[in-house]
Design a protein around this ligand. Structure first.
Ligand code: ZN
Length: 204
């Protein structure tokens, strides 16, 4: 169902302000998007400060990543957002942050982060027990975003229970069936990243 563009813009701006306040999108990093309809996505303009987002910092692109807003260039990572919308028509929002915990864990670990036995796993759709394991894959960083997007698309096509992924030394992506759902996933992942880091510190 087509979403109201103004409403989507509003929720993306709120996410930017909240995430910046928590240190998850420093120094203009990160990017956010929301599906408007089958052909269009609202996405943050390249290089804008997420703690100071205004409606002017959100623009429209088509599903091939072409700008539909005059004189605006979309985020350099737009292809990573679009691959997730193409993968699942029910995905309504994609959020990407560069938090210290996501970035550090992605460098400490190889291949994947396993999250199991946490009550907060119930923040993710389809999970109603702590007796569950989420595997968060870690992809090598790549300045060739189209190539990275193809790698991600291939992974999620074969792992239908994916909720997010890390990019080594870079940050993480998660998504949801609304901007609010995707924000809840960011919060849940950040909490889990913190628990995993604490566990590692305390068992050293
Ligand atoms: Zn990034």
């Amino acid at each position: 169902m087509p979403m109201d563009y103004a409403a989507q813009v509003c929720t993306l701006i709120e996410a930017g302000h909240a995430f910046y306040a928590r240190g998850w999108v420093p120094a203009t990093s990160g990017n956010f998007s929301a599906r408007v309809d089958d052909e269009r996505v609202a996405i943050t303009v390249s290089g804008r400060h997420k703690g100071k987002l205004t409606p002017d910092d959100i623009m429209l692109v088509d599903m091939a990543g072409n700008s539909l807003t005059a004189a605006r260039k979309p985020s350099a990572e737009t292809a990573l957002h679009l691959s997730l919308y193409r993968h699942d028509p029910s995905t309504q929002a994609v959020l990407h942050t560069h938090s210290p915990l996501a970035t550090t864990l992605s460098l400490l670990l190889k291949d994947a982060l396993s999250l199991r036995d946490y009550e907060v796993l119930k923040a993710f759709p389809g999970i109603d027990t702590h007796e569950y394991e989420i595997v968060v894959p870690i992809f090598a960083n790549d300045q060739d975003i189209d190539r990275l997007a193809a790698t991600v698309e291939h992974y999620v096509d074969y792992h239908l229970d994916s909720y997010g992924y890390l990019i080594a030394g870079h940050g993480f992506y998660t998504w949801g069936n609304s901007v609010e759902d995707a924000c809840r996933h960011v919060e849940a992942f950040e909490f889990l990243f913190e628990c995993e880091m604490l566990k590692r510190r305390m068992t050293q």
